[in-house]
Structures are given as C-alpha cells and as structure tokens.
Write a protein that binds this ligand. Structure first.
Ligand code: PEP
Ligand code: MN
Length: 630
C-alpha cells in the first residue's frame, strides 16, 4: 500500500509511522515525489487500513492493486532515473550502452571502450562470465575479464555493465561492477535475484526467453524488495515460432510497460534479432517506441569475435547508429545520455593565476559579448575565454573549461538569437543564472593609415551590417559577412587594405589597435542586446528571491491550449515579459514556446508550474535569476 504523508509532516510523526509499519511486518520505502512524499509498505502482513489512516501525519492510504508493488506506477508516479557514475538512465535521457558480447583480451576491450566513448555511448558492456548454450563454447575470462573491462571503462570514463551468473561470484565481482546484468536465462533464478538485490547497486534485468510481462515485473520486484532501488528492465527478444531471427524482439512491450512501471526500459536489438542487418533498424524502432536506451553488441573486429560475431556491429556502424539515435530521441524530447565531464581544476582553465574564474563568450576579444561579460562580472576577478561558436560556449561550460558562459539572446532591433534559445534546451545540465544588457553602438574601423573617404568595402557580422544599413547605403559600400564583429576588425588589420573597413564596437578597435573612422553609425541609436549568463546547475550561485524565470513549454494540440496556460500565469500573478515560439526539432509544424516571467521574488512558482505542466505536453524551467537593473 501507499501512504501519502501530509506536506508539513513533523519528522517525529514520520518516524512513528515507519516504526508502526515495520512492527506490523512491512518493508517500508520512502519516495520523494515532485509534489508529495509517500511511504511504500510492502509485504504479506495484514493490517486494517483505517488504523494507518488515523496516524498523525497521514494524508491518505492507497492500496496497490498490482501484484508487483515497488515496481508499479501506483507506487511511484515519476519515472525512475538511475545514476551510474554520473550517467543518467531514464527520464528524458536516452542511454546507449555498447561493447562486445564477451571480453576477450586487453586490446579488444580497450578498442571497444574507445569506440563506444568516441561514438557517444555511455556504458561499456561485455561478459566475463558467459552463460553459453554449449558447455564447450567460450565461457568468458572470469575475473581477468572484469579487470580488463574495468580498466578500459576507467580509461574512457565509461561505467561497466556485466552479467552475473552465480551468487558465489559476488565477492569477486563487487569491486569492478557498476551495473549487474541478470541474463535472460536467469530471470527467474530467485536466489540470485535476492542476493544481487541486496547489493543495492543498479541491476539490468533481462526478460526471460519466454517470460510474460507479469513474470518479468515480479522478478524485478524480487530485486527491489531485497534492497536495490535501481532496476533497469531489458527487452532482449522472446522465443516464438519464427526462426529467421534469433528471437522475436517484443517492442510492443515498451508502451505497455511505460504505463504500469516507473522503471527505465532498455532494448537489446543484438540478442533480440541475432542478425547484424537488423540491429540498427530495431535500435531506431526501440527509441521511437519510447525505450530509455539500447544495449548493442559491437566488436572492433566482428569476424574474429569469440561469441556473437554475426550480430555484432562494426565500429563505423555503431557510430552512425548513435548519431541517428540522437535524431530519433529528439522527436520524443529526449537527449542522449552523456558522460559528465569533471569540472576542470582552476589551474587548467586559467590563462593567468591573477584570474581565478573564467567566462566563455563567442567571438574574438573586443566582441560585444565580452563587453557585456565585463559589465556583469568583475573584470578583476573573472577572465574571458573566447570561443568560435555559441555551441562552443555551451560546451566549454559543460566541460568545466569555463565556470560561466555568456550568450546574446535578443537584440532590440533584430529580434531573438534563435540558436541560443535552441542551445539552452539542448544542454539540460546548464541553467540560466543571470542576465544583462548593453547598448550596441557601432563604429566604422580601418587601418591607422587610411581615412573615411578611401573606404569601398565593409566587413562585419550580418547583424551589425543590417543595423548600420542606412550608413552603408549612403556611402555605397560593398558588404561582406564575417562570423563576428571583433573578428572582422582583426581581418581588416591583417589585410592592411586602406579601402577596407570593419564594423564593430569601441572595445574591438582598442583591442586590435585600429582607427575609428566614424563612430555611432547604427541606423537607430536605441540599439540594445540582452544576454543570458549560463552555468552548470551544480555551480549556480545562490540567488535570494529570484524575480525572473525563463521557461519553455509546448501546448496540447487543442483549441485554447495556449490561452489556458497564459491564464494560469495571469491568475498566479506572473507577468509574461516575453513569449516566443520556435519550431520543434524533428517535428515539422509543431512549436515550443519560450517565455520569460517576472515575479515579485516571493510567489510560489512551483505550484503555478505544476498546473502549467498539467496543461502542457512538455515543460522545462531554463533558469530562475535576478532581473537585470535598467
Ligand atoms: C548478453 O547480453 O551477453 C547475453 C547473454 O544476453 P541474454 O541473457 O539476453 O541472452
Ligand atoms: Mn552476446
């Protein structure tokens, strides 16, 4: 049964309820949901529900109707997201596990791990104890295999998943294993399930060769009831009358399972089909059907594989598959799971020891982004890290090369910078932690020996060229687009051409030591650019009473859907300061809404967002922060 606790329950009352249930013979699990805290009590004990209902702190007692309890959605509404060495499995991540069927030697597993990591896989698979149909077939390298696999995993930052076939191997396996795999042939080996469940580590439970969904979930229940919270279900094909494929991969199970269980579901198209030519199509289908990931056999040299060579992908196929999976996952609003990069030590980021922190920006030194950076951050304490593209800014923050990043989001004349809206969504580990704006004033800049009357050609970023259109037209200049304003100054300097000029800010002219031929050439002097500051979620500085929230959502496809959401904002007292729609990648003619909301800094936005979630298909907070001062 599920005991929903009062929101403001006293810790002593909670303790009393737990003790009471344990005394009655129940196993008790606490689950912190997004809105409620619940206790799950499972076991064969019989107790009158009304007696629990009257305990102080109990809001509601709900029986679980399914025979599997801890595995059921009734027990836990939200998807379980399992963390293995920083890799997240489940939720809005799609996880690619890859590697050979069996560990064969150091060179083979090292090469496999490198290919998995370089292709975008996040977990290394490989068997050290192989349950083979024939006792004469290769049985695996045992402990030596585990050692080699762990070393390869560590080298490329990949946690490892490997099969356990016997309870007696536990002491030997414990130091190496990140995810225990229970093979199809052992799905109902209940003593093994009990022993592995007790270890508390993540377990991937393969579906038995002829197991029904109920039998499979009951096997998962054994693992959960014995101690682990982290069970991954793995569909790997079942026995049917068909012999053209090794098994029949039952993808129809995924949506059914998603309804009844909160556990993540991974698909194994390798054992599911037994044929290399079917593995990639079935991996794509698994992603489209809503799986949380795939586990795929890949061998550096499949012809030489000691087991399952015929179903193992070639390295290039694996790489292409991951690439394609990224696109399919995007349709379902999922990101490929990634290996988090440890934040770099300050020494490795620092150009000089005088600057303890760094901020990434797009462009060359002197760019408008760097001017905004120097406005927001104390230049004495923060140094700026130039990046080629906006994407590089996000990457360098993600990897810890820079503590913060700054990106333009909107120009008062030219509108939004859409790439950065898209990137904010593509980097779920980053959050917006502040905003700032600068006035953008452009200059015509040339080499020291030239003069305004000599200029015939002008180089700059397309936005800058369009903002100075009137001046350019009046002078009849030919224009050339360059990736950034400051970079255009550097280019003109290098050309050393008296007929060429760049358009950029004062800082760029100063940085490149060039001559301002004409200041303030923008068509409209009321030209401002707004910037967002981003950082990794765990590095977000504490903000007292944040009064601005940036969100993204998509509405249901029905009349008045957007109106209903806007009404929730209005009723909650949130001022919508910006609303912008963007096409959804992979879903032509469907749109995401990006919104900025102003609050008084005290409103409980959590409650408001809960009801927005109920009325939307997708909802995400991109960051809450202090509004910039005008
Ligand atoms: C394996 O993953 O190597 C394996 C033996 O799988 P299954 O238990 O699904 O046959
Ligand atoms: Mn295999």
């Amino acid at each position: 049964m599920i005991i929903v606790l009062n929101k403001q329950i006293e810790p002593s009352d909670k303790e009393r309820i737990v003790d009471y249930l344990k005394e009655k013979g129940f196993r008790v699990r606490e689950i912190q949901g997004e809105s409620d805290t619940v206790l799950g009590a499972v076991g064969s004990a019989a107790v009158d529900r009304s007696q629990i209902q009257v305990l102080p702190g109990v809001a509601e007692v709900i029986p679980i109707s399914k025979p599997y309890k801890l595995a059921s959605r009734e027990f836990k509404k939200e998807d379980t997201v399992i963390k293995v060495g920083g890799v997240k499995i489940g939720g809005n991540r799609f996880c690619v596990m890859g590697g050979p069927c069996a560990v064969e030697n150091a060179g083979q597993i090292d090469a496999a791990a490198r290919i998995v990591a370089e292709s975008g896989g996040v977990i290394l698979r490989g068997g050290a104890f192989k349950p083979r149909t024939s006792p004469y077939a290769f049985q695996g390298l045992g402990e030596e295999g585990l050692k080699l696999m762990k070393a390869a995993g560590n080298k490329y930052g990949l946690p490892i998943a490997t099969e356990i076939v016997s309870e007696k191997h536990i002491p030997l396996m414990e130091p190496y294993v990140d995810i225990y795999q229970i093979g199809a042939r052992n799905m109902q080996n209940f003593e093994l399930l009990k022993a592995v469940g007790k270890l508390g580590k993540p377990v991937m439970l393969k579906r038995g060769l002829s197991a029904t969904m109920m039998e499979w979930l009951m096997a998962a229940e054994y693992l959960l009831a014995n101690g682990t919270d982290d069970v991954i279900l793995c569909e790997r094909g079942i026995r049917t009358f068909e012999t053209e494929t090794r098994n029949t991969l039952d993808l129809s199970m995924i949506p059914v399972l998603k309804k009844v269980t909160h556990l993540p579901i991974i698909v194994d198209p390798s054992h599911g089909t037994g044929r290399r030519d079917s593995v990639i199509p079935m991996a794509m289908a698994a992603a489209a059907a809503g799986a949380d990931g795939v586990i795929v056999e890949m061998h550096p040299n499949p012809e030489k594989a000691l087991s399952d060579g015929a179903q193992s992908l070639y390295p290039e196929q694996f790489e292409k598959m991951v690439c394609d999976l990224r696109s399919v996952a995007a349709i379902l609003n999922k990101e490929l799971a990634r290996i988090p990069q440890p934040a770099a030590e300050p020494e490795t980021v620092l150009p000089t020891a005088a600057h303890p922190h760094s901020v990434a920006f797009q462009g060359e030194h002197g760019a408008f982004s760097e001017i905004a950076l120097k406005k927001f951050f104390d230049p004495e304490k923060y140094c700026s890290l130039p990046c080629k593209t906006f994407h590089d800014v996000f990457e360098s923050v993600l990897k810890g090369e820079a503590e913060f990043g700054i990106v333009p989001i909107e120009n008062s004349l030219a509108g939004s910078i859409h790439t950065n809206y898209d990137l904010l969504l593509r980097y779920p580990d980053l959050t917006i932690c502040g905003e700032t704006k600068i006035r953008v004033s452009h200059n015509l800049i040339g080499i020291k020996t030239t003069e305004l009357k000599n200029i015939k050609r002008v180089y700059s970023h397309p936005q800058a060229l369009s903002q100075c259109a009137r001046f350019i037209e009046e002078h009849g200049y030919r224009t050339f687009a360059v990736v950034d304003t400051s970079g255009s100054v550097a280019m003109v300097k290098e050309m050393n051409d008296p007929q060429a000029a760049a358009i950029a800010g004062d800082a760029a002219a100063e940085y490149w030591d060039m001559k301002i031929l004409k200041p303030g050439i923008e068509s409209d002097p009321k030209n401002f650019t707004r910037f967002y500051i981003v950082c990794r979620k765990e590095n977000k500085p504490k903000t007292e009473n944040p009064d601005k929230v940036s969100i993204v959502f998509s509405t249901k496809d029905e009349p008045g859907a957007l109106l209903k959401i806007l009404k929730i904002f209005a009723d909650g007292g949130l001022n919508l300061s910006k609303l912008e729609s963007r096409p959804i990648f992979g879903k032509p003619w469907e749109y995401l809404f990006y919104a900025a909301l102003d609050t008084d800094g005290k409103t409980d936005t959590k409650g408001i967002f809960e009801s927005v979630k109920d009325h939307s298909e997708f909802f995400k907070v991109l960051g809450s922060f202090k509004k910039m001062q005008d």
